[in-house]
Design a protein around this ligand. Structure first.
Ligand code: ADP
Ligand code: MG
Length: 222
């Protein structure tokens, strides 16, 4: 289990995470939703060790606090960050081969074959997102954190991501932040966490996606 317990993060004297607790189990997928600025991305960065926090992060009972991101990555925690960050001077193929076989990425997104030798710095947003997602899903992750993976992608590619995530659940625990395709994501999610202003406002176990949507509508405008 990957567990973040009572996480607090302060930027410039302003507390943006006010004691967040989140648990992710292997084989489960947790959907994190909430308005812009509610602290979702900061929570994932804290779990990865990419921002300073108080509280504790543990992996199967082992404390990770003080450990830098690359060490957490080696332990199997993989973050696909928002805003489509890629190694700009490497080609698409090289970016993906940092993590795994290029062919496995092409199996998810056939379009990658045509742009394999393009430098990642000149890609469109959607193309970058395919690279970011491929790199994350091909890593040997035991826990996969996906921050807004559908940005810039066509419906077809968003669906490819959803089915890749569903498959990955057999091997990894997954936490996913999204504003888009909530109904589709509820179909493959086990738990929904709603964040508001740096706090967890609601945690729902998803037995029925239909009922989860109805409850969520009470808290958010979808
Ligand atoms: P979300 O992902 O839910 O949109 P974020 O975690 O990105 O929210 O941001 C939460 C709050 O923290 C916002 O008010 C944002 O402006 C602030 N914030 C995020 N990153 C930084 C940073 N590096 N420095 C200062 N403030 C930040
Ligand atoms: Mg964010």
């Amino acid at each position: 289990m990957l567990r973040a317990d009572n996480i607090r993060v302060t930027f410039n004297g302003l507390e943006v995470l006010k004691g967040i607790t989140l648990e992710i189990e292997k084989g489960q997928s947790v959907l994190v939703v909430g308005p812009n600025g509610s602290g979702k991305s900061t929570l994932f960065k804290a779990i990865m060790g990419a921002v300073d926090y108080t509280g504790s992060v543990s992996l199967d009972g082992m404390g990770l606090d003080g450990m830098p991101p690359h060490m957490r990555f080696r332990l199997g925690i993989v973050l696909a960050p928002e805003k489509m960050r890629v190694a700009e001077d490497l080609t698409v193929r090289e970016n993906i081969e940092i993590s795994g076989r290029f062919q496995d990425a092409v199996d998810i997104f056939p379009e990658l074959r045509q742009i394999a030798r393009r430098r990642a710095g000149i890609l469109s947003g959607g193309e970058r997102q395919m690279v970011v997602f491929s790199r994350a899903i091909l890593s040997e992750s035991s826990y996969l954190l996906l921050d807004e993976p559908f940005q810039g992608l066509s419906d077809e590619n968003a669906e490819r991501i959803i089915s890749a995530v569903e498959k990955q659940k057999k091997k990894s625990g997954i936490a996913l932040i999204s504003h888009d395709r909530i109904e589709d994501l509820l179909e493959i999610s086990d738990r929904l966490v709603l964040m508001l202003s740096g706090k967890v406002r609601k945690v729902m176990e998803i037995d029925s996606p239909f009922h989860a949507i109805k409850k969520l509508e009470k808290y958010m405008i979808l």
